[in-house]
Design a protein around this ligand. Sequence first.
Ligand SMILES: [Zn+2]
Length: 75
Amino acid sequence: MDPGEYDACTYCGKTIFPGVAECPYCHHYTDGKGPLGTDAEEPRKLSPLYVTVGWVLVILTVLPLLWALWRAFTR
Ligand SMILES: [Zn+2]
């Protein structure tokens, strides 16, 4: 089946004709804002991987500074 010929309802996931305003199965409007929609206008959440890498970079930057300060004050 050519995926270009059919569309999937973003609410119930059933195959519907593209361009229809209302899903014939669940009667939701096919505006792409359903739970299965990919273009929902929610703010993108940061991937946990990026958060972890960011924290590692911060720690790697701050730790030598703290170490140098500690060495300077304890000498
Ligand atoms: Zn539907």
